[in-house]
Design a protein around this ligand. Structure first.
Ligand SMILES: Nc1ncnc2c1ncn2[C@@H]1O[C@H](COP(=O)(O)OP(=O)(O)OP(=O)(O)O)[C@@H](O)[C@H]1O
Ligand SMILES: [Mg+2]
Length: 259
C-alpha cells in the first residue's frame, strides 16, 4: 500500500509570485519569506502522526500545501500515491483548520450538508452522515443554530464534524484542541483514537506535548521550516536524553539555536 502522505523537497516562499518579484526586481528563488525549506516527510497509511514545533515553525504551511490551499514554491506531494491536487486525492483528505473558518450564515446542519455536497456526496448520503456527525459531536440540539451563536467549543466540534463528513482516509487536524475545555479534549481524544483504530490515518499538530505523547505513534519535530527529528515519543526521549517529551522538545529546539 502506498504511504498516506509523501512530501518531497517541499519549499514554500511566501510572496514569491512573479508579480511580487518583478515589483521588487528580484530574481527567481529569492525574496519573500521562506517558511518551509526542502522538507521531506513520509507518513505510512494507518499511522497516527504528530507534527510539533513552535509558533511559526511551518506546520500550517505544510498542511496548507498538502490540502492545496496555497501554491507551493517547489516540491512534490502525494496522497495515497496520487498527486495531492488530483480530484480523488482531494476527496480522501479531511482538514480541520487551525482557524475556525465557519460560514456565519449557515447553521450546523447546513454547514455539514454543504460540505457533503462539495465533496460529491448525494443529498441522502449527506443527510445520513450529517445526522451521524451531529450525534457523535453532540450537536443535534444545535442543528438549526448558526455558527456565530455557538460556543467556542461547539464551533471546534463542528469544524471536526465537517472535516470528517466525507469519511476521509487521511484526517489532518491542525491544533484541534486549542482552547477546548478539559472534558471536551478527552472526548475528542477518544473520538480521534477510535477513528485511528478503524484505519484512518491521522496527522495532528498540537502545542500540548502530553497530547502528542498520549496519542501519536510517531512525531516529527520541526523548526524554521525544517525537519529536526522524527521518531516515537520514546525514541525522542532517548535521542535527547530526556525524561519527558517536553524535555526532549526543549532540548531539540535549544540545540538548534545554540548551534
Ligand atoms: N500568507 C502568508 N504570508 C507571509 N508569510 C506567512 C503567511 N502565512 C504564514 N507565513 C509565515 O510563515 C511562517 C510559518 O507559519 P505557519 O503558520 O506555517 O506556522 P505554524 O508552525 O503553523 O505556527 P503556529 O504554531 O503558530 O500555528 C511564519 O513565519 C508566518 O509568519
Ligand atoms: Mg499553525
Amino acid at each position: 500500500m502506498p504511504n498516506a502522505l509523501s512530501i518531497r523537497g517541499l519549499t514554500k516562499r511566501y510572496d514569491d509570485s512573479r508579480r511580487d518579484r518583478r515589483r521588487r526586481r528580484q530574481p527567481p528563488g529569492t525574496g519573500g519569506f521562506l517558511a518551509v525549506h526542502d522538507f521531506d516527510l513520509e507518513i505510512e497509511a494507518g499511522s497516527f502522526f504528530g507534527l510539533l514545533g513552535p509558533n511559526g515553525a511551518g506546520k500550517t504551511t505544510i498542511i496548507s500545501a498538502v490540502c492545496n490551499l496555497i501554491r507551493v514554491t517547489a516540491g512534490e506531494i502525494d496522497v495515497f500515491g496520487e498527486p495531492h491536487d488530483a480530484l480523488h486525492a482531494r476527496r480522501i483528505v479531511g482538514l480541520a483548520e487551525q482557524d475556525v473558518n465557519l460560514d456565519r450564515f449557515l447553521d450546523v446542519e447546513e454547514t455539514l450538508l454543504f460540505h457533503g455536497g462539495y465533496f460529491g456526496m448525494s443529498r441522502a448520503e449527506a443527510r445520513r452522515r450529517a445526522g451521524e456527525m451531529m450525534d457523535v459531536f453532540d450537536l443535534r440540539a444545535k442543528a438549526g443554530v448558526r455558527a456565530p451563536k455557538l460556543s467556542g467549543g461547539m464551533r471546534r466540534r463542528l469544524l471536526l464534524a465537517r472535516a470528517l463528513m466525507h469519511e476521509p482516509r487521511l484526517v489532518i487536524l491542525d491544533e484541534p484542541t486549542a482552547g477546548v475545555d478539559f472534558e471536551l479534549r478527552l472526548e475528542l481524544w477518544r473520538y480521534i483514537r477510535r477513528l485511528h483504530d478503524q484505519g484512518t490515518t491521522i496527522l495532528l499538530t498540537t502545542h500540548y506535548l502530553e497530547e502528542a505523547d498520549e496519542l501519536c505513534e510517531e512525531i516529527a519535530l520541526i523548526r524554521d521550516g525544517r525537519l529536526i527529528a522524527r521518531d516515537t515519543a520514546d525514541g525522542l526521549r532517548t535521542l535527547y536524553n530526556a525524561d519527558s517529551l517536553a524535555d526532549a522538545y526543549v532540548r531539540a529546539m535549544g540545540s538548534l539555536s545554540s548551534g
